[in-house]
Design a protein around this ligand. Sequence first.
Ligand code: UDP
Ligand code: MG
Length: 308
Amino acid sequence: MFYIIVPCHNEENNIQNFISEIEKTLKTNNIYKILFIDDGSEDKTWDKINLNFNKNKRISGIKLSKNFGKESAIEAGLNKINNDDEYHFAIIIDADLQHPISKIPEMISEWKKNYKIVTTFKENNVENIFRKFGSDLFYSIMSKYSDVKFVTKNTDFMLLDKSIVKVFNKLPEKNKFLKVFANWTGFKNKSIGIKINPRESGTSKYNFVNLFRTAINAITSFSLMPIKIVGYLGLIMSVLSIILLPILIILNIIGFTPISVQTLIIIFNVFLTGIILSAIGLLGIYISRIHENTIKRPSFIIEDEKIQ
Ligand code: UDP
Ligand code: MG
C-alpha cells in the first residue's frame, strides 16, 4: 500500500479530474490511498474532498486552519501518515495535473529497485521567462553557497520511502524545504525526467511576492550566506584601509601626494566600520545557531480531518 499526498490551495476544479486521472493510471494491482491537504482554500476545495471522501474509500483529507503554504501542507500530510504501519512509500504530487501522473508507475518500479527516494526533474519549461530566470539564478547561487545541494530543475513531485518519511518527520525545525531535504539525507536517490503539463484549471498560486518569500525562507533556513557576505565585506574594508594607510603615508613622505588629516580620518573610519561589520557577521552566525534551536512553533494547524 502507498500514499499519494496532494497539497491543494483553491483547486476545486482540479480535484475530480485528479482523482479520475489517478484511477485511470493506477487501475491495475495498485493499492493506494489519496490524502488531500486543503491548505486554507477559499473556494469549494474542502467540499469537493468531502464529497469524494463519502463515496470513495481511497480518499482522505486534512483541512488546515489557514493557508500555511505548500511546504507546510506537504509536511502536514507526511506527519499524518507517520504512524500508519501499512504503507510502504508516499508520493507527493501537485493537484493541478501539472505533474504527469503517468510517471507514477515508473517511479514505483524504481522504488522496487531499492531506491529510497525517487525525484523528478523538468525536461521542459512552462514558466514565464522572468520566473525561469529568477529560479535559475536562485538555485545556482544556493548550490554554490549553501551547505546542501540544490538541483535547479528538480520538482517536488517525488516518491519517499517510509523510512525517509520517518526521518523527515523527526526533523524538529520549521520550514523544511522538501526538495532540499531529499538531497540532504544522502540516501540513494534516483531522478527521472518529466514533462510539466500546462495548468489544467485555475492559476498558479505563486506570484513574485510569495516566490520571493519562499526563496528568502530557503536562503535563511539553509544558508548563512547573506550574513557571511556582510561579514566578509567588513573584513575586506578593514584590510583595504590597513593596506591603504601606509601607502598614503609613504607617498606623502616622498612628497608624491600631500595627505590631509581628513583623509586619515576617513580611512580610519572605513577601518572601524569594517571591523563593526565583520563583528555583526560573526554575531549573526552565532544568533542563527541559537535561533535554529529555539523556534519550536508548529508549521501547520489541522482544523478538520476525514481519514479512512
Ligand atoms: N499549493 C498549496 N498551498 C499554497 C500554494 C500552492 O497547497 O499555498 C498547492 C497547489 O494547490 C498545487 C501545488 O501546491 O497543488 C502547486 O502549486 P501551484 O500550481 O500554484 O505552483 P506552480 O505549479 O506554479 O509551481
Ligand atoms: Mg502548478
